[in-house]
Design a protein around this ligand. Structure first.
Ligand SMILES: [Zn+2]
Length: 171
């Protein structure tokens, strides 16, 4: 995997993207509570493919799913993302689900360039750009460029990006 620091840093970006899109879709709910939830779920989702495969409830914490198989399956994450997007504004839980899926997809993107690859559809595919942990800055930078794009494009509607970014210590 990309380093866990990189997954966290890209996860925050995924949360920002999810929050901006939820806000834009006017599914923000009272006091933008679903926007905040989408953000938190994005952060949680960005590490989910790695913690879902660990038996964290057991003392030994062994892997109960082989690393980078089922929990890193691109089809499932993207299907969840698309479904949750369609549910935005219809079901309150959709915002959190959407955020979680944003985080998951972001995780796969961060894992993709290193040699182990990601099983997007069936077989694992790797971009083979660099080894795990290398070029984290590039991955994180790309994620935040995406986040910046999402905020400037979607963030204007009923949501004050500046306020949130200042809260994150970024603005
Ligand atoms: Zn991973």
């Amino acid at each position: 995997m990309a380093s866990s620091a990189a997954h966290h840093a890209t996860g925050w970006a995924a949360g920002v993207i999810a929050a901006a899109i939820v806000a834009h879709s006017r599914a923000g709910g009272p006091y933008h509570v679903w926007v905040a939830l989408a953000f938190a779920a994005g952060v949680a989702g960005s590490t989910a493919p790695d913690w879902l495969e660990v038996a964290w409830w057991s003392r030994t914490r062994r892997l109960w799913i082989t690393h980078r198989t089922a929990t890193h399956w691109g089809v499932a994450w993207i299907a969840l993302l698309v479904a949750a997007y369609h549910w935005l504004g219809h079901y309150p839980v959709a915002a959190a689900l959407f955020g979680f899926a944003c985080g998951g997809v972001m995780h796969l993107l961060a894992d993709w360039p290193n040699p182990l690859g990601v099983p997007w559809i069936a077989a694992r595919h790797s971009l083979n750009w660099w080894n795990s942990g290398r070029c984290d800055l590039l991955v994180v930078g790309a994620a935040w460029v995406g986040a910046w794009f999402a905020v400037t494009r979607f963030g204007g509607v009923g949501w004050h990006a500046g306020y949130w970014l200042r809260g994150l210590g970024l603005g």
